[in-house]
Design a protein. Structure first.
Ligand SMILES: *[C@@H]1O[C@H](CO)[C@@H](O)[C@H](O)[C@H]1NC(C)=O
Length: 179
């Protein structure tokens, strides 16, 4: 009995640890190319990202790069002089390991809007992202934390789902403690 419970606990914990990671191709079928100024902002806003999700940038490697910058300021001004990471493969997978904002810009076309701010939520139970010092008077371009964005419906649904999953996991964790 105890062994069966251990196995069950292991399976459940493993399952919830890996089940929810999603892979997103940035720009969907268009990939990482120059588009209208707000294209990637709209794209990111239409999604809800969680820790563990992966985003993939697809482009012709000789034509561009993906540069991850450290701050919202660098993102806004397309300042790539002190990048966090540079991706050049043309098939760049980046896994979101921390909640908060992750800023990626095109090496060539950042100034014309080819850049994306990936706001990542805590896994399972979505909480407002701990925004790293956003400017209070956000210009229209800044995709800062906006609780009343169009995706709020989807977020609400996910929150309910998330709470449920959280409860189930919590119950199992509680049950597993004894074993
Ligand atoms: C770009 O970023 C670097 C490093 O953070 C900083 O020293 C520099 O002043 C910035 N340049 C501009 C134009 O903001």
């Amino acid at each position: 009995m105890a062994l069966a419970m251990k196995v069950l606990c292991f399976l459940v914990v493993t399952y919830f640890g890996i089940c929810c990671a999603t892979v997103y191709k940035v720009g969907d079928s268009d990939g990482w190319i120059q588009k209208d100024y707000d294209y990637y902002k709209d794209w990111a806003w239409s999604k809800t990202f969680y820790v563990g999700d992966t985003i993939v940038f697809e482009y012709k490697p000789n034509e561009d790069k993906v540069i991850q910058v450290r701050s919202h300021d660098d993102f806004r001004s397309c300042n790539t002089s002190d990048p966090k990471s540079v991706f050049t493969s043309g098939e760049d997978s980046v896994t979101m390991e921390k909640p908060g904002h992750h800023f990626f810009v095109s090496d060539k076309h950042c100034k014309t809007g080819q850049k994306v701010d990936i706001r990542v939520h805590h896994q399972v139970v979505p909480t407002p992202a701990p925004a790293p010092a956003p400017s209070p008077s956000a210009p229209s371009e800044a995709p800062g934390p906006s609780p009343s964005s169009p995706k709020s419906d989807a977020s609400t649904v996910k929150t309910v789902e998330g709470l449920f999953v959280y409860l189930v996991v919590g119950l199992f964790a509680f049950a597993c403690v004894g074993y």
